[in-house]
Design a protein around this ligand. Structure first.
Ligand code: FAD
Ligand code: NAI
Length: 465
């Protein structure tokens, strides 16, 4: 078979690239080795984690937060198999949706493991071990990423788990130890905490959520502690031993010093992800790799003509929407259009309770870069809708250039932050100023009014504080 484009990997980078390329008239095939389409995100990442985050949040609401609203219910009972079925059904609906879109757009799904034999040649090894060779004008590597391992700690996905195992535990662990206070650790830690686990987080750095605004991270840590999280910052895990009474983890200060042990029933290793480049034939082909990542130029081209790469396997944040936008951009570039991704306006959301959402620069980054900036902040305690819903935790922070007023970053901690952040994303995409946002009419009463008030606070003219 001969194609215009073959994409290796059907995650949000690969499948979105395929659909856009098909829309632009290309004959497209996607090689995928998993049993279903959608990659990490749809099968074992974004989608199942959000299904469990929502369901566990409802369990927590019913158990602890309805009384003050005058809604009296009996303490809720957990039906974990049904909660897991909700997660599995959600995944099935999404991955089947991608299969439907492939049919609709006449995209071929070639099942098996893909390897690039030469520019324009992809060899696919099927489940039966048989190999077939496909010809193509262009190849996009969209093979994503895999769990980073902790030396000396074997992941069995039963008691010592990665995010994949943590999405399918058969029962609520009494004691869950999370290694890494990043996005996965705090999201999946929240799921099991809400369902009743004691959660201890061991983090190498002296803060949680590295990369997020440090003021947000500090306040968020306090809120998580109120929810029952126990943090050991500035520590690393030296080893995890299995015994009759469960697991014994030895932790030691990151800077060295006395060790101590923590007992746990389940240990979740969530110390990051690594680009996935194994068995692709990249070394033989001479594709440049830097620190595990496939090296690409501004047009997603590798150093080998006709071979491109997008998503988690290249530089930049490991986020589904970043992979999707790169997929669209490379398809448009291959069609002779001006595909482009604005890396300054990629939002990041942590789907905890409350949510954390950010776009653009943090205060820490602006200080390090020596940029003069103004800050506008507004707390949800002063927002009418937040009070009406008893969701007053958190605040909005807008960072604007001191000279031009152009918005450089926005940070929101609060209920629905992951939705509200998009008004700052659109604003930044258009190069807007804090005054543009402050003069934009916002419906009352909404949580989003806090975004407007934070923009007004940049010029010290917020109304409600
Ligand atoms: P992937 O989704 O990893 O897909 C790569 C695909 O390539 C896989 O299906 C793999 O089987 C296939 N593949 C690899 N090699 C071959 C080969 N040789 N032949 C054939 N197929 C191959 N991001 C967000 O933006 N929001 C979230 O809420 C979020 N939640 C997450 C939660 C968890 C628990 C995890 C683990 C990740 C989460 N992420 C989230 C990150 C997100 O999943 C990734 O950024 C995203 O999936 C990257 O997309 P991708 O297309 O680059 O690769
Ligand atoms: P992460 O990079 O977000 O966090 C890993 C944490 O582990 C860091 O705080 C790091 O300092 C710490 N760490 C590293 N080595 C350690 C050690 N030996 N001992 C203790 N702590 C250690 O990675 P995470 O949470 O695994 O997520 C992987 C990727 O998946 C992220 O890049 C993220 O973008 C993506 N993701 C995104 C989500 C979202 O957008 N909501 C949800 C889940 C994952």
């Amino acid at each position: 078979m001969s194609y215009d484009l073959i994409i290796i990997g059907s995650g949000p980078g690969g499948y979105v690239c395929a659909i856009r390329a098909a829309q632009l008239g290309m004959k497209v095939a996607v090689v995928e080795k998993m049993k279903t389409l959608g990659g990490t995100c749809l099968n074992i990442g974004c989608i199942p984690s959000k299904a469990l985050l929502y369901a566990s949040e409802m369990f927590d609401e019913a158990g602890h937060h309805l009384g003050p609203l005058g809604v009296v219910v009996a303490p809720p009972k957990l039906d974990l198999p049904t909660m897991m079925k909700h997660k599995d059904d959600t995944v099935a609906a999404n991955v089947n949706g991608v299969a439907f879109l492939f049919k609709k757009n006449k995209i071929d799904w070639v099942k098996g493991e893909g390897r690039i034999a030469a520019p324009g040649k992809v060899v696919v090894k099927g489940e039966d071990g048989k190999e077939s060779t496909l010809e193509t004008k262009a190849i996009v590597i969209a093979t994503g990423s895999d769990v980073a391992r902790l030396p000396g700690v074997d992941i069995d996905e039963k008691t010592v788990v990665s995010s994949t195992g943590a999405l399918s535990l058969a029962k609520v662990p009494e004691r869950l130890m999370v290694v890494g206070a990043g996005v996965i650790g705090l999201e999946l830690g929240s799921v099991w905490r809400r369902l009743g686990a004691e959660v201890t987080v061991v983090e190498f750095l002296d803060r949680i959520l590295p990369g997020m605004d440090s003021e947000v991270a500090k306040q968020f840590q306090r809120l998580l502690e109120k929810q029952g999280f126990d943090f050991h910052l500035g520590h690393k895990v030296a080893k995890v031993e299995k015994g009759d009474g469960g697991l014994k983890a030895t932790i030691e200060p990151a800077a060295g010093g006395d060790t101590r042990t923590i007992d746990a029933d389940v240990v979740l290793v969530a110390i990051g992800r690594r680009p996935y480049t194994q068995n692709l034939g990249l070394e033989a082909l001479g594709v440049a790799i830097d620190r595990g990542m496939v090296v690409v130029d501004d047009h997603f081209a590798t150093n080998v003509p006709g071979v491109y790469a997008i998503g988690d396997v290249i530089r930049g944040p490991m986020l589904a929407h970043k992979a999707e936008d790169e997929g669209v951009a490379v398809a448009e570039i291959l069609a002779g259009q001006a595909g482009h991704v604005n890396y300054n306006a990629i939002p990041g959301v942590v789907y905890t309770s409350p949510e954390i959402a950010a776009v653009g620069k943090t205060e820490d980054e602006l200080k390090a870069e020596g940029v003069a900036y103004k800050v506008g902040k507004f707390p949800f305690t002063a927002n009418g809708r937040a009070r009406a819903m008893r969701h007053t935790d958190g605040f909005v922070k807008i960072l604007a250039d001191a000279a031009t007023d152009r918005v450089l970053g926005a940070h929101i901690m609060g209920f629905g932050a992951g939705e509200m952040i998009h008004e700052a994303v659109v604003l930044m995409e258009f190069g807007g100023s804090s005054e543009d946002l402050a003069r934009t009419c916002h419906a009352h009463p909404t949580m989003s009014e806090a975004v407007k008030e934070a923009a007004m606070a940049v010029e010290k003219r917020a109304i409600h504080i």
